[in-house]
Design a binder for this molecule. Structure first.
Ligand code: PLP
Length: 402
């Protein structure tokens, strides 16, 4: 029998689950829309959506139905055979991104790994095996060896070195540094159009222009990591388009499956032409269940008017956050777009995150001092007001403690 009291859950996990996560002391057992419920029946407003994953909220009727129907029909057959859904999903993503081909995988880090491998393969096929990647300080691309190699934070990297040797980091939003670093040895530049884990930091138009120029001059490919910022999160299908960038490769994940693990590397025709059978693969990638969930999410994002909704609610969030910043001196800066926001504090954000959870609102801390908000994309103005009201109380309580 499954026990759900917090003490039981903690005791069992502490014996048998590898202790890589410092979890908050709450056991969620149910969700509905933007709300989560713990084992004791307390209600929480979810302004994090499982780190940007539960894009349609929790227990969304259409998504639940699609997953259940698919589970009753056929879940998985492997990539040794065709199935009817993968091509449809690739076609929908091509229409949304302008990149005509997709490779499906199961997570963000795998999507980034695929992009890095395809960039190397591009140069290898062209008989000019460029190896170097230019990455950005403050970036986060995942925890597998390739993705970790282009992730800048020493805290994530140090225990696992040596990583890929041919990676150079440049400071974020410093166009001159980027221009100076890129050369004819550069295979690809990789950047998040809005840095997520690095503290919700959009690239500036001047930095985007430097990426564009450097690629044009050197021939280097551009990989946009849209795992966190993509698929509507910022109010745009992809934030690279808002910056006027045309990536050769795009990594996506998180929001795509609404909670079912699925990621993808989206690839330009020029890069696709250099890839051969057997160059890359995965057992699960793009199976029927994952594709069915992703198609349902895209139905809502594109056909269901969700993009317009995000842009509109995003403006409301921005106004509300600016009001919070005017009220609480501990908020140093408000950054973000659409439904992807960071509140940079003058102090460690952890006590505020804890106080928020105690008051029934889920947010998290990133880059030490930043409170991150990634609510479900379906959230309404009234739900934002409710959640930010609780966050306001949490900021007040922590502020009062000095
Ligand atoms: C921009 C970006 N890339 C890649 C990843 C890695 O994704 P995953 O945790 O699904 O492997 C993340 C995760 O936070 C991310 O934000």
């Amino acid at each position: 029998m499954t026990t759900t009291t917090l003490d039981d859950v903690q005791a069992r996990e502490s014996r048998h689950v590898l202790q890589t996560y410092r979890r908050a002391p709450v056991t969620f057992v149910r969700g509905e829309g933007v709300h989560l419920y713990d084992a004791e029946g307390h209600e929480y407003l979810d302004l994090l959506s499982g780190i940007g994953v539960a894009s349609l909220g929790h227990a969304h009727p259409a998504l639940s139905r699609a997953i259940a129907e698919q589970a009753h029909t056929l879940i998985h057959t492997s990539n040794l055979f065709y199935h009817p859904l993968q091509g449809h999903l690739a076609e929908r993503l091509a229409n949304l991104s302008g990149l005509p081909r997709a490779f499906f995988c199961n997570s963000g880090t795998e999507a980034v790994e695929a992009c890095l491998k395809f960039a190397r393969r591009y140069w290898y096929t062209r008989g000019e095996p460029r190896q170097e990647f230019i990455a950005i300080e403050g970036s986060f691309h995942g925890r597998t060896f390739g993705s970790l190699s282009v992730t800048s934070d020493a805290h994530y990297r140090a225990p696992f070195e040596p990583l890929l040797p041919s990676v150079k980091f440049v400071p974020v939003n410093e166009p001159a540094a980027l221009r100076a670093a890129v050369s004819r040895a550069t295979a690809a530049i990789i950047a998040e159009p809005v840095q997520g884990e690095g503290g919700i930091r959009p690239l500036t138009p001047a930095f985007a222009e430097a990426i564009r120029d450097a690629c044009a001059k050197s021939g280097a490919l551009f990989i946009a990591d849209e795992v966190q910022s993509g698929l509507g999160r910022t109010g745009y299908p992809f934030y690279f388009a808002a910056l006027g960038l045309k990536p050769h490769l795009v990594s996506i994940g998180k929001a795509l499956g609404g909670g079912v693990p699925v990621g993808a590397a989206l690839v330009s025709q020029e890069v696709a032409d250099t890839i051969s059978f057997g160059d890359h693969g995965t057992t699960y990638g793009g199976n029927l269940l994952a594709c069915r969930a992703a198609l349902c999410v895209l139905d809502h994002l594109v056909g269901g008017g969700l993009l317009g909704h995000i842009a509109r609610v995003g403006q409301h969030v921005e106004q509300r956050l600016k009001r919070l910043a005017a009220k609480h001196p501990m908020i140093k800066e408000v950054r973000g777009k659409g439904l992807m926001w960071g509140l940079e504090l003058t102090c460690d954000a952890a006590p505020v995150v804890t106080a928020a959870l105690e008051r029934g609102v889920v947010v998290n801390r990133t880059a030490e001092r930043v409170i991150r908000l990634l609510p479900p994309l379906v959230i309404t103005d009234a739900e934002i007001d409710e959640g930010l009201g609780r966050l306001d109380a949490a900021l007040g309580a922590v502020g009062a403690q000095g």
